[in-house]
Design a protein around this ligand. Structure first.
Ligand code: GLU
Length: 516
């Protein structure tokens, strides 16, 4: 156990956790496992306007489904809790005041209406307003108002915010583990709000205070937070916490499947793929999403796929269990370049996991998908179907979709082969063979195969004379699983029934051919 390595995943419950957030959680998890550190879940819920009920439990359920476990967090406990920022509200104010007292922050009394009016005025001139080192000199704050006026305002309970006083003409250097040295000019930075009118800290203040109090050693988060990091570094400096400041690692963007632009939540519907871990029921259809879970993905496959979105082990190996990933993971192999969200690759990963998963386990995973379709079958049957179909599909629901014929009558017979080779005379051979197989002491794949071979030899027939028709009769297609395995799963009665149902249909195709 390395007590110095402490990482946190700090989602805001402002909606369902996007797949990019899951990747962030995963990388935090992998690094902690690799180093023997501690992983913290911290819920950053200080933005009450954007708070969405149900988002926190969504986050927790998603991570649980995926198998990403935390050492400290809401509902888990730990020495530096509470782990929900709203429950730490009283803690942040004093740091904002400390910054005001040391001259690194100030009270701003401008109302929302006043600031909106200024913004509109700027927009009229095609400029963007920024509350910064220049504009603050003309605005209503404790830097411009006389001391007495400030005092009166504060005592009378006038609303205010506390803003960071970003120094002029300086450079802020970030030594990012992924991006190397990144330099920001302070003249480009705005005076971010630290404490809001409602007494709640903003993300920036709460994040820095908590990372400090929770002794966070590494901040691994999405690239969209890189610009804010300049403000964060100033905060560490002004609070005299620079010595213990965490190391930053900003993860590359996740791009659309076509490589054009950042992947967004709307891209799921657009590209027919999930971009969330599990389903989310929004206010309307547009804001409701199906997740990887509902698409029939296995959590291990999703994690394996996500691990490779922005990281690679430097070898050819692609299939990694979660513990193997942790073993192989290093921050220095995270790439700077955006990572394309290739859904086909995700499907490939899932197929690999389907293939390597034990059939009985797959049968259990398949159950909800079969039940959803109203199929009532035994566990044993599901196990057999999963075993036969797993190499032919990418996801679990595809097993019940492509392999529907294991659960209901054939919807359609593939005509091509019937047209080409069927002849009503073949019925007799098929029925005789079927009879012989029915009489076997054991209706089992290998025995069925051996007996079929004997039958063909004895009757001077070739495989091609019976196989394709048998298969089409049982599954509607020649592309299904191996014939004898299908027969074993379906059983003698069903096989017979299917043969007898198929013959008239085959004959009909034959008649059509003759008459055309
Ligand atoms: N609450 C922020 C988010 O929702 C956390 C960013 C960070 O990790 O600092 O992504």
């Amino acid at each position: 156990m390395n007590e110095k390595i402490r990482l946190r995943f700090a989602p805001s419950p402002t909606g369902p956790l996007h797949i990019g957030g899951v990747r962030t959680a995963l990388y935090n998890y992998l690094f902690v496992k690799k180093m023997g550190g501690t992983l913290i879940l911290r819920i950053e819920d200080t933005d009450q306007e954007r708070y969405i009920a149900g988002a926190e439990s969504y986050i927790i359920e998603s991570l649980k489904w995926l198998g990403i476990e935390f050492d400290e967090g809401p509902g888990i406990g730990g020495d530096v809790g509470p782990y929900r920022q709203s429950e730490r509200k009283s803690l942040y104010g004093k740091y904002a005041l400390q910054l005001v007292e040391s001259g690194h922050a100030y009270y701003a009394f401008d109302t929302k209406e006043e600031l909106d009016a200024i913004r509109t005025e700027y927009e009229g001139r095609k400029e963007t307003f920024r509350y910064d080192g220049i504009t603050r000199q003309q605005l209503k704050n404790s830097l411009t108002l006389p001391e007495e006026a400030v005092k009166i305002r504060l005592e009378s309970g006038a609303p205010y915010t506390i803003r960071l006083k970003v120094p002029r003409d300086e450079e802020v250097l970030i030594n990012d583990v992924v991006r190397g040295e990144v330099v920001f000019q302070t003249n480009e930075l705005d005076d971010r709000i630290l404490l809001k009118g409602d007494g709640m800290p903003t993300y920036h203040l709460a994040n820095i205070v908590d990372d400090h109090l929770m002794k966070i050693s590494h901040v691994v988060r999405g690239e969209e937070w890189l610009p804010s990091t300049a403000h964060h570094i100033l905060l560490y400096r002004f609070l005299s916490w620079e010595d213990t400041m965490p190391q930053f690692a900003h993860l590359p963007l996740i791009l659309r499947p076509n490589g054009k632009g950042k992947l967004s939540k709307r891209d799921g519907a657009k590209f027919g793929m999930p971009v969330f871990p599990i389903s989310w029921e929004g206010k309307n259809a547009e804001d409701s999403f199906e997740g990887f879970r509902e698409f029939g993905f296995m959590p291990e496959a999703v994690l394996n796929f996500l691990a490779f979105l922005g990281w690679n082990p430097g070898t050819e190996q692609e299939i990694f269990s979660l513990s193997e990933l942790a073993e192989a993971f290093t921050l220095d192999r995270i790439s700077k370049a955006g990572a394309r969200f290739d859904f086909e690759k995700a499907s490939w990963f899932n197929q690999q996991y389907l293939i390597q998963t034990d059939n009985a386990e797959l049968g259990q995973l398949l159950k909800p998908f079969a039940e959803e379709k109203g199929y009532e079958v035994s566990d044993e049957y599901l196990t057999a179907v999963a075993g036969m179909m797993k190499e032919r599909v990418n996801t679990l629901p595809e097993i019940v979709e492509t392999g529907y014929y294991f659960f209901e009558p054939i919807r359609e017979y593939e005509e091509k082969m019937i047209r080409k080779k069927w002849n009503p005379d073949r019925q007799t051979a098929l029925l005789n063979l079927n009879q012989q197989l029915e009489n076997l002491p054991e209706y089992q794949a290998e025995k069925l195969e051996a007996s079929t071979k004997e039958f063909l030899e004895a009757n001077s027939l070739g495989f091609g004379d019976v196989f394709p028709f048998y298969r089409i009769a049982l599954s509607g297609t020649t592309k299904g699983p191996a014939l004898f395995e299908m027969m074993e799963a379906l059983g003698t009665e069903e096989v017979k029934k299917r043969l007898l149902t198929a013959f008239p249909a085959f004959d009909e195709v034959f008649t059509k051919k003759i008459n055309s």
